[in-house]
Each structure stands twice: as structure tokens, then as C-alpha cells.
Ligand binder design. Structure first.
Ligand code: CA
Length: 244
């Protein structure tokens, strides 16, 4: 990949003079934590038990949506009507119960190194997630000690409209005091990429799931890497290009 050429294309398209990188906005599940296989298994089981057609790949295609939005979207597509609040509550509860029986999700390989490098480069790392579990902040501090300050984390509690809407990323810019040409996004899922791009942000994808990389390019990713580790390994070259 010719980083500089891709970045120039983006800045021209967005009407920015340059990228002046100050922050890196990390998605959480599938980027910082290797949690998607568990989410995929749990969602697929709960939805299938409730009469939906919902494979593990469907979970990846819906990744980034809130639970309610995932269920509603499937209900509209498969039954032609929105899901009732009772069904949404029951399925979300069942999914969480199954998920809680799984082992603790590990950190994504390369994620700690990458976040450390971002911080050492003088940039602000932030988290923008559609997740909203009560244990989330503790888990972040345990796995990434001292790397993310609490007011640099946007969760599903903070926004009405989650990904693929740009709202979570726009809120992150506002919270951090950054302009769109001062931050980049790192996502693993097509809807997350769509959200980052819709917020006007340069968006890197790490393809950590089972999807074809073209799905991520089609969602608008400016660059697609095969893993988070690959981004960490090439961080110095990438940073040099991003800093112009
Ligand atoms: Ca994700």
C-alpha cells in the first residue's frame, strides 16, 4: 500500500489541506478485544432459537449496531415488521446470559502494542464502541492500564443513534476537542467503517473476522489490514505518512 497516495486521495476528497493527526479512535470489540467469536456464537444461537435466520456471518455483518437495532433490522427484513419491545428485551437478556457463560475475552493480539505506540507518538487514544456493558470501563483499565482516560471513551450509553450512524464518532471528536482531519478511526466491521467514513474520518480497517476484505473496502475503508498486529508492526511508516 502506498500510504501517502491513499491519504492524499482522502484529503482531496474531504477538502482538507492535510491530515494533522492528534487522535486515534479505536473501536472496541474485534479491535481491542478478541470478543467477536463469542458475540457471534451467542447472537446466532439466540436469534436462531427465536425463529430468525441468523448465521455467525450475519452477526459480523450487523456488528456495531446496538442489540435492539440488530433484532429490529432482522425482523423487518425477515418478517416485514419491527420487533416488539418484549422480544427485544428477551433476546438481549438471553444473549447476555449466554455470553456471560463464555470465558473472559482476551485482548486482541497486537492491540496493547498499538495503543502504547499511539500514546508514545504523542497522540490521544480514544474508544468508540456500540457496547454498553456495566463492566466495560473496568475491563478496559485492566487490559490497557493507564492508556485511555474515562472521558475519552464513548459507549452506547452516550448516543441515541449508534453505528452505522456517524453520531458516536462525532461525539468522540467533540469530547476530545478534535477536528475531523485530526483523527483517524480503526474498525473491524463494515457498519463501523461506514460510521467512521460518515463522520468524515480517515478510516483504517483491521479484518479480524471471517469477512472478505472487499466488504470493508465497499463500506468505505481507506485502508484494510489483515490484523491489528499488522497495523502495530507498520505503525512507524503509517504515522510518518499520516503526519505528512
Ligand atoms: Ca467492532
Amino acid at each position: 500500500m502506498d500510504y501517502k497516495e491513499i491519504i492524499n486521495k482522502y484529503t482531496q476528497l474531504q477538502g482538507h489541506k492535510t491530515l494533522q493527526l492528534r487522535a486515534v479512535l479505536f473501536d472496541m470489540d474485534g479491535v481491542l478485544f478478541d470478543s467477536m467469536p463469542f458475540h457471534a456464537r451467542a447472537w446466532s444461537k439466540v436469534m436462531t432459537d427465536a425463529g430468525f435466520k441468523f448465521s455467525e456471518e450475519d452477526v459480523y455483518m450487523n456488528e456495531g449496531r446496538t442489540g435492539a437495532d440488530t433484532i429490529n433490522t432482522a425482523s423487518l427484513a425477515q418478517f416485514g415488521k419491527p420487533a416488539t419491545q418484549e422480544l427485544i428485551d428477551a433476546l438481549c437478556k438471553a444473549k447476555c446470559e449466554i455470553f456471560d457463560t463464555y470465558p473472559k475475552t482476551p485482548r486482541m493480539q497486537g492491540a496493547l502494542e498499538l495503543v502504547k505506540k499511539v500514546k508514545e507518538s504523542g497522540l490521544t487514544p480514544m474508544i468508540v464502541t456500540g457496547s454498553g456493558t456495566p463492566t466495560l470501563l473496568g475491563r478496559i483499565q485492566e487490559n490497557f492500564p493507564g492508556l485511555f482516560s474515562e472521558n475519552h471513551i464513548v459507549t452506547s450509553f452516550n448516543v441515541k443513534r449508534g453505528k452505522p450512524y456517524p453520531d458516536p464518532y462525532l461525539l468522540a471528536l467533540e469530547k476530545g476537542g478534535f477536528a475531523p482531519n485530526e483523527a483517524i478511526v480503526i474498525e473491524n466491521a463494515p457498519l463501523g467503517v461506514t460510521a467512521g467514513v460518515a463522520a468524515g474520518l480517515f478510516t483504517l480497517a483491521a479484518n479480524t473476522g471471517p469477512l472478505n476484505p472487499n466488504v470493508l473496502y465497499n463500506a468505505g475503508a481507506n485502508m484494510v489490514f489483515p490484523s491489528v498486529e499488522a497495523i502495530a508492526n507498520d505503525w512507524n511508516n503509517l504515522l510518518a505518512a499520516l503526519k505528512g
